[in-house]
Design a protein around this ligand. Structure first.
Ligand SMILES: NC(=O)c1ccc[n+]([C@@H]2O[C@H](COP(=O)([O-])OP(=O)(O)OC[C@H]3O[C@@H](n4cnc5c(N)ncnc54)[C@H](O)[C@@H]3O)[C@@H](O)[C@H]2O)c1
Ligand SMILES: [Fe+2]
Length: 381
């Protein structure tokens, strides 16, 4: 089966293997004539990135690259990207990469024309209205991992390099104008990034599905997203070149981020402070903490998870679902404990304080108190 389609929600998505060839056309569709391609350090010299630059150059759109982007990018990366954007006279961004490159690229396009500091646009109440919306440059997004779904999101995650706190920076116009979802770009991911990002997509769907808020559209998307991960992540890990399974994972990633408008939960509330302090991989961190959080939430989500299990073809209700998650974790080589990712227990008080302040905490079906966050960290580490 060839999975190729054009979708128009939540934004314009050109989906299909090989469609990176439409990069220059996508820029033109977004009104971008002098793009700055933003990606992270690891991707800068890979053939997929150089090919994207070749495509832009051949179409007369220049060959401008900014790649000074760390995993879990911070405001220093952002300031350097904004400076490069202004110095090069660019009129839009090609955000290229995993969540790190995508988020930072989207935020460069957002901040290039702003005068206020980026932290003024944290996703709190109507803070986004502080921005000069007319000064926001367009961006187009090209994911190279299948997990964060940042390509269909209106926010970027930015770590404060001084306080080591992850903040969500939001504006409706941060949503990419055009997305190219080309599963061939994800083939070269290191195996552990395939696992971590795939489990991030699963965590987005699971947490959105479990959150108590009323949002039936998201509920349906989250449920099918979980099924796509369950069916396809094992196939991708068995055969890295399985483009159809890679495509389904790319869909699941976009679906997770579409669904989590309904809310996230304690998995992300715990993993954000861990990532900010210990610089662990976001999705892998989530994968470690999912089972303890499922147990913590059990009373509130037991029935709902039992119906998801039935849809996913898992017998045994909540317990069957829980066991399936554990076996996914061990089959995929996800460690049992955060300690295996380099986390220690010396900063639990700080981590717990940040977890309950994290915006994801509010979507958890059981209230995440300071004591509960502390206990969960003790268990996970
Ligand atoms: N905006 C959102 O809604 C959202 C949601 C979840 C996570 N995030 C953020 O996204 C970031 C994590 O993103 P990620 O999990 O995609 O990882 P990542 O972007 O940090 O990339 C991980 C590593 O994989 C490499 N890589 C990426 N694609 C590759 C490819 N095709 N081939 C070879 N190497 C490749 C990168 O160079 C990097 O070294 C975190 O900062 C997290 O906070 C954002
Ligand atoms: Fe996530």
């Amino acid at each position: 089966m060839s999975l190729t389609a054009n979708w128009s929600y939540p934004t314009a998505i050109r989906f299909g293997a090989g469609r990176i060839s439409e990069l220059a056309e996508a820029c033109k569709a977004a009104g971008i004539t002098r793009p700055l391609l933003v990606t992270d350090k690891g991707l800068a010299n890979l053939p997929i990135t150089q090919n994207a630059l070749d495509l832009l150059e051949r179409a007369g759109l220049g060959r401008a690259l900014f790649a000074d982007v760390d995993p879990n990018p911070n405001e220093i990366n952002l300031a350097a990207g904004v400076a490069a954007f202004r110095a090069g006279g660019h009129d839009g961004v090609v955000a290229f990469g995993g969540g790190s490159g995508l988020d930072l690229g989207k935020l460069v396009a957002f901040m290039a024309g702003q005068t206020r500091p980026v932290w003024d646009f944290e996703d709190i109440g109507d803070w986004w209205t502080r921005a000069d919306a007319d000064a926001i440059a367009p961006n187009i997004a090209v994911p190279t991992t299948a997990g964060t779904g940042s390509e269909v999101g209106r926010a970027g995650v930015l770590t404060n390099s001084e306080t080591h706190v992850k903040k969500i920076i939001f504006h409706p116009k941060v949503l990419p104008s055009v997305v190219i979802c080309d599963p061939e770009l994800t083939v070269g991911m290191p195996k552990m990034i395939t696992v971590g990002t795939g489990m991030d997509a699963f965590a987005h769907c699971l947490e959105a599905f479990s959150s108590p808020h009323y949002h039936p559209m998201s509920q349906g998307i989250a449920l099918e997203g979980m099924r796509l991960v369950k069916e396809n992540l094992p196939k991708v890990l068995a055969n890295a070149d399985d483009i159809e399974a890679r495509g389904h994972m790319m869909s699941a990633a976009a679906m997770g981020a579409t669904a989590f408008q309904k809310g996230l939960g304690a998995v992300h509330a715990l993993s954000h402070p861990i990532g900010a302090v210990y610089n662990t991989h976001h999705g892998m961190t989530n994968a470690v903490v999912i089972p303890p959080v499922l147990r913590f939430n059990r009373a509130a989500i037991e029935d709902r998870i039992a119906s998801a299990a039935a849809y996913l073809g898992i017998s045994g209700g909540f317990d069957g679902f829980y066991d399936h998650v554990l076996s996914m974790r061990s089959d995929f080589g996800v460690p049992d404990k955060l300690r295996d990712l380099g986390v220690d227990d010396t900063r639990i008080d700080e981590l717990a304080a940040n977890a309950i302040e994290d915006p994801s905490a509010g979507g958890n079906p059981v209230e995440l108190t300071l004591a509960a966050a502390r206990a969960l960290f003790e268990e996970c580490i």
